[in-house]
Write a protein that binds this ligand. Sequence first.
Ligand SMILES: NC(=O)c1ccc[n+]([C@@H]2O[C@H](COP(=O)([O-])OP(=O)(O)OC[C@H]3O[C@@H](n4cnc5c(N)ncnc54)[C@H](OP(=O)(O)O)[C@@H]3O)[C@@H](O)[C@H]2O)c1
Length: 338
Amino acid sequence: MATTDRNRRLLLAERPSGMVNADTVRLVEEDVPDHGPDGALVRVRYLSIDPTIRTWMNDARGYVPPIAIGEVVRGGGIGEVVATTSARYAVGDLVFGMTGWQDYAVINAAAGAMQVIPPGIDPLAALSVFGVTGMTAYFGLLDVGKVAEGDTVVVSGAAGATGSVVGQLAKIKGAATVVGLAGTDEKCAWLVEDLGFDAAVNYRTQNVATSLREQCPGGIDVYFDNVGGDILDICLGQLAQKGRIVLCGAISTYNDSGPVKGPGNYRNLIVVRGRMEGFLIFDYFDRFPEAQMAMASWVAEGRIKHSEHVVEGLEQAPAALNLLFTGGNTGKVIVAVE
Ligand SMILES: NC(=O)c1ccc[n+]([C@@H]2O[C@H](COP(=O)([O-])OP(=O)(O)OC[C@H]3O[C@@H](n4cnc5c(N)ncnc54)[C@H](OP(=O)(O)O)[C@@H]3O)[C@@H](O)[C@H]2O)c1
């Protein structure tokens, strides 16, 4: 492609200890890459900022290899095809895939495919309610949590991208009581007044164990865990008979180094014949269309509301990542690259 443009890239410069800081990434400018034969060049428009990116920065074994030092920070995003030699992509297509924290990404045999977003879909919604976090809420609650009518459901990280959808889905599926845990009174008010949660608890200022006992007197049927740590332990201790815990994420531990403390109340699973199960959304890719169709109707009917927290500028991506850990976001964190 003939261009005078440059490709700004954020490379992992050193492994963070705690939150990412100015030394974690290094900005470089390189030539715009060549997409080669049977490939496409993608101008990255939006980055999906996900807590798991922080875990990929650690030199630790996970479900994917760590990001190497000197490698572009790995992450999902949406871009526009600006040049193509592949019959699968047309110039102007919006595509979703692992773009990385950079201005340009390539799609070719080595880099892997990207998914074309149907025309008319808002790219911000494509990254939130129709994207990985919306799908995580859907399959985590329905497939793993097996939410049923009349259930009492508790979700942590409730005002975030995943948690806010979980609570609304639980109501749609007939849950009798849905309680969200969030870190500010404003978020708690949003959950109850705008999203239809039955109650919300500010875990920073209220006693979580006491508040949940008041809100869930018969125990918790489904706890959707986004945070791990002490809140997971409290919910384990308050599980109802045959209760289910959906292990979605453990954001309270992602900045820690060293061993993670285990939940002391796990033996309650034996008492209540309960189940605690982890899952990864990558196992559900084939079933995304089914969930996206369902989600599209609920969004159109106003039964699912979604919120995006957009941060401007590629160079702000590390600060945007930190918002997830300080609770500076309501809904999905997205970086608008330009
Ligand atoms: N299993 C999977 O395949 C999968 C896929 C996607 C996401 N996830 C996981 O799902 C969780 C939510 O991800 P997301 O992208 O939707 O992020 P998010 O919920 O939009 O943002 C994270 C939220 O976590 C809360 N938080 C941060 N530190 C906390 C702490 N120490 N204790 C309690 N709450 C804390 C913050 O809100 P407050 O103001 O309320 O503190 C923050 O807004 C993460 O754990 C992520 O790793 C898993």
